[in-house]
Design a protein around this ligand. Structure first.
Ligand SMILES: Nc1ncnc2c1ncn2[C@@H]1O[C@H](COP(=O)(O)OP(=O)(O)OP(=O)(O)O)[C@@H](O)[C@H]1O
Ligand SMILES: [Mg+2]
Length: 356
């Protein structure tokens, strides 16, 4: 993390981060992009569980209800007021437009009222900066290969410096987290599917079913939709009375074996491609971020195969949070970024376009 210096002494930089890109309303106060003073997350999981996925309109309404209290709580837990901050950072995209707008507008209101700079943050860059919130005993040297594995994205990024990215590859269809969620639903597991599927997979045999791996040779791209269909085909074969895999499976389905075999196929492809990128670009570290980076099987396999150290976020920083937004915002603030009050949300914002 670059430092702000005054007369040779680094001055602390305190940012309030705000995150509302999907179904978590979050606010956090972070110092110097790495010391977390507060990290408040109001999850909407129970609201969306009946739909088996995020219902955008419901998400936006809940953000409106809780954004104020969440920000107040983040400031009070950090024992500071708005006037003690150096800037306000909020997620600008990618994400759901109706959700993003709530957090960004709250940030604009606070920044305008307190005369503070506003920093619009890219949500995927924020996931990567969750890894700068860890410690300073192992400073990062570039280039770093980043594997972003979340509910909406699966990408391999070459990080050349703070704010400089090259996208090496991405999923052509489903994101890894989306595949976990869809297969979990198929197996009748509760929402959100990823953690539930990992739990049952612990009691299953990864070699029970040989599910396909889409290698897409010569690229760093991914494809998970065929894998999901392969699981569906096996479920239908075992329980032909099920209609299109839409109803919960009947008792007797070998759920742990199916879950473990599916997870092994996802992990296999993610690890192979990430390690290949590390070797090709002689990366000093491998960063893994996003909700699926919480997966123990993925972490273990990456650590076993990677020739360089693997950095993963602490469990609470894997999924959406505002501490990572404040951390990414701090790097941007120190690099001189100041956004105007006219900025709008960017629901389809890619990370590669940030490098300019
Ligand atoms: N232990 C786990 N194993 C596998 N997947 C997991 C695990 N924990 C969480 N996930 C998955 O992570 C995803 C949520 O991650 P995250 O909050 O980063 O995604 P998102 O914010 O919805 O998407 P994006 O960041 O791409 O906008 C879900 O798909 C969830 O199932
Ligand atoms: Mg996310």
């Amino acid at each position: 993390m670059p430092e702000r210096k005054s007369k040779g002494r680094p001055q602390p930089v305190r940012l309030l981060g705000i995150e509302t890109s999907c179904d978590e309303t979050a606010a956090a106060v972070v110092e110097d992009g790495r010391i977390i003073h507060s990290n408040v997350i109001a999850s909407q999981v129970e609201l969306h569980a009946p739909y088996g996925g995020v219902f955008p309109e419901v998400a936006a309404r809940r953000h409106i209800e809780v954004i104020g209290p969440v920000i107040t709580q983040a400031l009070s837990q950090a024992h500071i007021g708005v006037s003690d901050l150096d800037a306000i950072a909020a997620t600008r995209g990618p994400g759901l437009a109706g959700s993003l707008v709530i957090g960004l507008n709250a940030a604009k209101g606070l920044a305008l009222g307190a005369g503070l700079p506003l920093i619009g943050v890219n949500h995927l860059e924020a996931h990567l900066y969750s890894l700068f919130l860890l410690d300073e005993t192992h400073p990062v040297t570039f280039p770093v290969v980043c594997l972003i594995v979340s509910g909406g994205h699966t990408e391999i990024i070459l990080m050349l410096d703070h704010g400089r990215y090259r996208r090496l590859g991405a999923t052509l269809d489903d994101a890894a987290g989306e595949a976990f969620d869809k297969v979990a639903r198929l197996l009748g597991l509760p929402y959100p599917g990823g953690p539930a599927l990992e739990r049952v997979a612990r009691n299953g045999r990864a070699e029970a079913y040989r599910f396909p791996r889409a290698w897409l040779e010569g690229t760093y791209d991914f494809s998970f939709s065929g894998l999901k269909t392969a699981v569906l085909r096996v479920v239908r074969k075992l329980q032909p009375e099920l209609k299109a895999g839409l109803e919960p499976p009947r008792p007797g389905l070998p759920i742990p074996d199916l879950a473990a075999s599916f997870q092994a196929a996802v992990v296999d492809v993610l690890v192979t491609k990430a390690v290949q990128a590390v070797k090709e670009f002689e990366a000093t570290q491998l960063f893994v971020a996003g909700g699926v980076s919480a997966n123990g099987a993925l972490r273990e396999a990456l650590r076993a195969a990677s020739p360089c150290p693997v950095r993963t976020p602490t469990p609470d920083l894997c999924t959406d949070n505002a501490a990572m937004v404040a951390a990414a915002g701090a790097a941007r603030f120190l690099a001189g970024q100041r956004d105007s009050m006219d900025i709008d949300v960017l629901p389809g914002w890619t990370l590669a376009t940030l490098s300019g």
